[in-house]
Design a protein around this ligand. Structure first.
Ligand code: WT7
Length: 656
């Protein structure tokens, strides 16, 4: 852990503020800072009253007898309650006008559209639940999902929830090795996949990757394959006795309501496991449970996105990340919202694709990532101006710090100065948004995320855990438990304790650096541990390093981040080679390819540099700080095929 808080620089001298328009405020769910304050105070002072009222529309079969228990570091929420999460997302809408309302408006990359009403989504989930049970999946069994952005991925997730089988969705950009490790770590019994997905016109061969991954996954009994493209476009091999056709299976279960009945589980029954990068080479299986997670995702969707019945809401994240879980599936559906689900890339066929989709589906709320916004800025304003964006009323940002310039560009050119921008801070571990502005209640300060959501008590502290006064940089910690917090790391509770509860006593350690300003707004600057955020993807430096050293030519490797205008951070790796291997352009390509093979293309290093040796402290620790400086220095573009003598730099640094 690099505990150097001097790295937490003040973000910028941005001083502009934007008030929500009168028109927005009038219709908003929460209309003033006072109203927010009142609810926030209530959430802390009378949490029972607050959570009882605010979860009233969720379906509990048995109400909770005690709100929560906090035996550090283990929390339980809604103790004694029983429920099935899928009932809150689907069944509860059925007897109402929402039954025929669109739950999902799907758009494929080539431009096909499909709309599923709540009633239709429910029918499919019931059939899939029965189907999974017929394959022998029961309460507590794990199901891995490796799919693209199609309605069936939502069906698969909700069907797992319905039968009490925790799902682990693996982002379709991960390579076979990463998929294999995740399947093995949680011991998944069944894998749900599809023949292939489309991305920038190309085929992502998901089923073939599953075939490769499952060469070495002893727990997998069945693979269910959704034919998104068909044999001509995406040829696949079905393994006899193991592989099952999704549609055939589901069709055979249609109308079997009994077999698709919800499994009523305890509030703390695991809902899903989602792997994320940490500071070691092994990804962490973040475990979320049922009632608390649902409550967090539900309430934040409702208030942060100000969801109203007529909204057409679009979160552009992939369902393989936590943003997709909370803000494509569980949050919006438990609110009965209409969600756009888009299969493809933002630049397919051109960089106007998002704006065209907003015009076509009359999107009202857009939730996307700073890295996408910065890419749009590079394309100019011509494309967004070509489309009618007047349906928009609210914009959101997530995943990394949004620089004030990007935030203001988004506000002016996409929201046309009519739409508040909410910058939402949270993590895979937190399950739902914890820091944000509420769009009708708060002014937006570009570069700052905002205030704590209900029930959340953040603080900026120094290494000893003492509060840092507003204006000063420090570590962001959370002082009270919140419903959607992770409960443990799957199979490694010891790591869970060490990771989040050992740095500073009695609080949850986020791993982020931040400062609070004089208005109580939090400015989150980024990770202070060995985790990078490259184009909104969380990547552990240790994971990259272990992928690199698994290549026969590599002796040692160090991965660091370098500020990047587009991606937020770029990935720079320093490598020493084993003789007789020599540094060359070709070797550079080989190593990049190797990382893509081992982890996934999104983790391919931006820069590979070869060194004679890596700079180390006397005790043998790699001097990352020095490497970071070298990586972001001016003299980086030299001939990469030449070995750099970093030892000299190390000497200089230690002489300072
Ligand atoms: C890390 C969590 C949140 C879901 C997607 C990413 C960074 C996230 C913000 C923001 C500044 C942010 C933090 C955090 N981060 N949102 N609005 N402002 N930083 O989830 O992969 O678990 O990454 O993303 O560094 O710790 P994740």
């Amino acid at each position: 852990m690099n505990q150097d808080t001097t790295a937490i620089e003040s973000h910028s001298s941005e001083s502009r503020v934007f008030e929500p328009s009168q028109e927005f405020v009038e219709k908003a769910r929460i209309r003033s800072a006072e109203e927010y304050q009142k609810l926030y105070r209530e959430s802390l002072d009378s949490p029972d009253t607050f959570w009882k009222r605010e979860t009233a529309e969720l379906v509990f079969r048995t109400p909770f007898s005690k709100l929560h228990e906090w035996k550090l570091p283990h929390a339980k929420w809604f103790i004694g309650a029983t429920l099935n999460v899928s009932e809150s997302c689907l069944d509860r809408h059925l007897g109402t006008a929402r039954a025929d309302k669109a739950a999902i408006i799907w758009e494929s990359e080539p431009g096909e559209s499909r709309t599923l009403s709540y009633a239709e989504l429910h029918r499919q989930v019931v059939a899939m639940s029965a189907a999974l049970r017929s394959l022998g999946v029961g309460k507590g069994d794990r199901v891995a999902i490796y799919m693209g952005m199609v309605p069936e991925v939502v069906v698969g997730m909700l069907a797992c929830a319905r039968i009490g089988a925790p799902h682990t969705v693996v982002f379709g950009g991960f390579a076979a090795e990463s998929l294999r490790d995740r399947i093995n770590d949680c011991g998944a019994k069944v894998v749900l996949t599809q023949d292939g997905a489309l991305r920038r016109g190309g085929l992502v061969p998901l089923k073939a990757t599953v075939d490769k991954a499952t060469l070495d996954t002893p727990t997998v009994e069945k693979v269910v394959v959704f034919r998104r493209l068909g044999q001509a476009q995406a040829p696949i091999e079905m393994k006899a006795g193991r592989d099952v056709d999704w549609n055939e299976l589901v069709d055979s279960m249609k109308g079997q309501a009994e077999a698709g009945a919800p499994e009523i589980v305890d509030a703390e029954h695991p809902l899903f496991i989602l792997y994320t990068s940490g500071s070691t080479g092994k990804p962490k299986g973040v475990m979320h449970t049922s009632a608390g997670y649902l409550a967090g995702a539900h309430l934040t969707s409702k208030y942060v996105f100000d969801l109203q019945d007529k909204d057409v809401y679009w979160c552009t994240a992939d369902v393989g990340w936590v943003t997709g879980h909370s803000y494509i599936v569980y949050g919006p559906l438990s609110n009965g919202a209409t969600c756009v689900l888009y299969e493809g890339a933002p630049n397919a066929p051109d960089w106007g694709r998002f704006w065209q989709l907003i015009e076509k589906h009359k999107v009202t709320v857009l939730y996307t990532a700073p890295t996408a916004i910065r890419a749009f800025i590079r394309q100019g304003t011509e494309l967004p101006e070509k489309y009618d964006l007047s349906s928009l009323r609210l914009l959101g940002s997530v995943g990394e710090p949004i620089n004030p310039e990007a935030s203001v560009w988004y506000y002016e050119n996409i929201g046309k100065k009519r739409c508040p921008v909410v910058d939402t801070w949270w993590q895979t571990e937190t399950g739902s948004i914890l820091l944000t502005t509420l769009p009708g209640a708060h002014r937006m300060k570009p570069g700052a995320t905002g205030l704590p959501f209900f029930g959340v008590v953040p603080e900026v502290v120094d290494q000893s855990g003492a509060r840092v006064a507003p204006g000063g940089g420090g570590f962001l910690v959370l002082k009270r438990p919140w419903p959607s917090m992770l409960r443990t790391i799957w199979g490694d509770d010891e790591r869970f304790q060490r990771q989040y509860y050992s740095e500073i006593e009695n609080v949850y350690f986020t791993g982020d650096g931040a400062r609070e300003d004089s208005d109580g707004y939090f400015h989150v600057v980024g990770r202070i541990d060995d985790v990078l955020n490259v184009a909104g993807h969380r990547i552990g430096t240790a994971e990259i390093e272990s992928a690199l050293v698994s290549h026969p030519a590599v002796a040692e490797a160090a991965a660091v981040g370098r500020p990047d205008d587009l991606k937020g951070q770029a990935l720079v790796v320093f490598v020493t080679l084993k003789p007789p291997h020599v540094a060359s352009e070709e070797m550079k390509k080989k190593l990049g390819e190797h990382v893509a093979q081992e982890i996934g293309k999104f983790a391919r290093p931006d820069v590979v540099r070869f060194a004679e040796s890596l700079p180390k402290t006397r005790s043998g620790k790699i001097m990352r700080r020095l490497l970071k400086d070298i990586a972001s220095g001016q003299k980086t573009q030299g001939d990469v095929s030449t070995l750099e003598d970093l030892g000299v730099l190390a000497k200089l640094a230690s002489d300072e």
